[in-house]
Design a protein around this ligand. Structure first.
Ligand code: G6P
Length: 595
């Protein structure tokens, strides 16, 4: 995923663009660039690295002009090089473009443009857009006409902002986010409200298949127009964005990741509060579906939440749901029809694999109920029922508070499914208090991270509903601390993984005192006998643990939520021990909008 931004208004564009890009850096951060227009002349600077580095080296924020575009990149087409960084100018320099998403027919378009004398200096699909726009501009008319012609040729899923030589900006949205920030005589075009939240809280969510132009207006201010891809005028509605976005600063915390981990006691209390009735509506869909026709899907952390959903919904709601990893959806024996229901879990609501699964479900006539954090996301727009995680912007690339919010959302939907039978599900206040208790133990976790700083292999084991937590724990350790970590169903130890256990290994046993306890302890002893060090995450002490991470006891259904919190902290502090940046892990993006 990349971030795109454009600004046209009375102020200097470049500093506003750079500030917006910094805020959106979580979306992709391998290279960055800005182009501005001043007096009919374009200036462009870009480079490989983080926004602050490239800005320092190349003075992005010093470019002249009151109109400009900017981009942070997460490489898809072509390596991480300066040539591949955005913006991309057309051959003559008449148009520059920043883009998020994929142009599927770029090779074909490029060939035709090359045959027509256009030259290319990058490996990206983006350059095709700028050259195509130049070509379509040369065919007559202005930026609007060029947009209509070019958009008719593009295939794929994308959002882009183009800057024309006369200072006009044009931006199009097709299955990738594009939001217009409406300021005083100024407009910002952005992938995310975070790109413009410092400037304004008035926004227009551009419709899918619409484009906008922003041109210098008669009275000195900029003028915005909205069109369908065919050039017909489209409706626009200004909405207020939530004030909480403006609050997206690290504050007293060293990193967003730590801030978001620490926000969990509050976040779990707010789940669903912005979508009253949604849990009941999702539950009604599930209850109305024939047995065996409810699926739950997600990617990464959200998939681990889907695995938890399988256990919670059957145990406490009496409903069998089948978890399918979104990337596996097209290759799985899924049989969906008009009676089926897909529960789609996604923090961003923009993950291409999840959107693909939802689209396939809709195609089969199934109903889609989604649990998302970003309410205006593509997934939310395509769902029959949308439940909000409502946990506030999550900037850290590794999901933390959105995971516990997803688990809470699963509890709420299950409670509605069970009507009268969900009594064993924990109340939000109890979950919140349990997480607060876990956060108080940070000093011990920090010390454990120091002890583990040179570890190369960590195996995390759990049985039943604790296996998805083991998988999520391993994911956190990989993402944040770059440690080889595996989540293993506890009972599988003797079927292979035991061969890997020796003095160099740490084994984390997710081991609360429920029906899985005794078997997991036995596994711990077998591992310890091979010399590995054992970390027990449990409400009960045992002599087999070299380190005991205590979790609150007593509430079985709350265990999965409390178990993950100390591991989130461990992965965070281990990242610090290893001098890794926990907010921006290498090679990863917050949301992967390409398949
Ligand atoms: C990316 C992120 C993960 C996240 C996954 C799903 O891979 O790096 O942290 O879990 O996407 O994201 P979603 O927004 O769909 O929950």
């Amino acid at each position: 995923m990349c971030s795109i931004i454009g600004y046209a208004g009375p102020a200097g564009a470049a500093p506003i663009l750079v500030r917006g890009l910094r805020r959106m850096e979580y979306r992709g951060y391998d290279s960055v660039g800005v182009a501005t227009s001043s007096g009919g002349k374009m200036s462009l600077e870009k480079g490989v690295g983080r926004v602050s580095e490239v800005n320092e080296a190349r003075g992005l924020d010093a470019l002249p002009g009151t109109v400009g575009i900017g981009h942070t990149r997460w490489a898809t087409h072509g390596g991480v090089t300066r040539a591949n960084a955005h913006p991309h100018s057309s051959s003559s320099g008449a148009v520059a473009v920043v883009h998020n998403g994929i142009i599927e027919n770029f090779a074909e378009l490029r060939e035709a443009l090359e045959a027509g004398g256009f030259s290319f200096s990058s490996e990206t699909d983006t350059e095709v857009i700028s050259n195509q726009l130049q070509s379509d501009l040369e065919a007559g008319g202005g930026p609007k006409e060029a947009m209509v012609r070019t958009l008719a040729r593009l295939r794929g899923r994308y959002a882009f902002v183009a800057m024309f030589g006369d200072g006009t900006l044009a931006a199009a949205r097709f299955h990738r986010p594009l939001i217009v920030g409406v300021g005083r005589g100024a407009y910002l075009l952005s992938s995310d409200v975070l790109g413009f939240v410092e400037q304004t809280d008035d926004a227009i969510y551009v419709g899918n298949g619409d484009f906008v132009t922003v041109s210098p207006g008669a009275g000195g201010g900029a003028e915005l127009r909205v069109f369908g891809f065919d050039g017909s005028p489209a409706r626009r509605q200004v909405t207020k964005i939530s004030k909480e976005f403006a609050d997206t600063y690290k504050g007293e915390y060293a990193h967003f990741t730590l801030k978001e981990i620490c926000e969990q006691p509050d976040a779990v209390l707010r789940v669903g509060a912005n979508t009253p009735g949604a849990a009941a509506a999702a539950a009604a869909l599930v209850r109305g579906a024939p047995a065996g026709s409810v699926y739950v899907t997600g990617s990464g952390t959200s998939y681990n939440a889907a695995l938890v959903a399988k256990h919670v919904m059957l145990r406490h709601g009496g409903v069998r749901v089948e978890p399918i990893m979104s990337s596996e959806f097209p290759h799985s024996p899924v049989s969906m029809d008009g009676g089926s229901v897909l529960l789609a879990l996604s923090q961003s609501g923009e993950t291409a694999d999840v959107i693909g699964a939802a689209a396939a479900a809709k195609e089969a006539g199934a109903r889609v109920a989604s649990v998302v954090n970003v309410m205006n996301s593509s997934l939310a727009q395509e769902s029959d029922v949308v439940m909000g995680m409502n946990c506030g912007p999550e900037i850290g690339v590794a999901a933390t508070k959105s995971f516990t919010a997803q688990l809470r959302a699963i509890h709420e939907v299950t409670r509605e499914i069970a009507v009268g039978r969900g009594g064993h599900l924990p109340r939000p206040g109890a979950v919140s208090a349990a997480i607060s208790g876990m956060l108080e133990g940070q000093a011990g976790i920090k010390a454990l991270a120091r002890e583990m700083r040179d570890v190369s292999d960590v195996y995390v084991m759990g049985r039943g509903v604790h296996y998805p937590i083991a998988a999520e724990a391993a994911l956190k350790l990989k993402e944040l601390a770059y440690v080889h970590a595996e989540g293993i169903p506890g009972g599988e130890l003797k079927h292979g993984p035991l061969a890997l256990m020796d003095e160099g290994v740490y084994a984390v046993m997710i081991n609360p005192t429920d029906s899985t306890h005794a078997a997991t302890l036995t596994g711990a002893r077998e591992i310890k006998a091979r010399g590995a060090r054992i970390i027990g995450v449990s409400d009960a002490r045992s002599d087999v643990y070299d380190r005991w991470v205590r979790i609150p006891g007593g509430d079985e259904a709350a265990y999965p939520v409390t178990e993950i919190v100390p591991i989130q902290l461990l992965a965070y502090y281990l990242a610090l021990e290893k001098d890794a940046d926990p907010d921006y892990p290498r090679n990863l993006a917050k949301s992967v909008t390409v398949e």
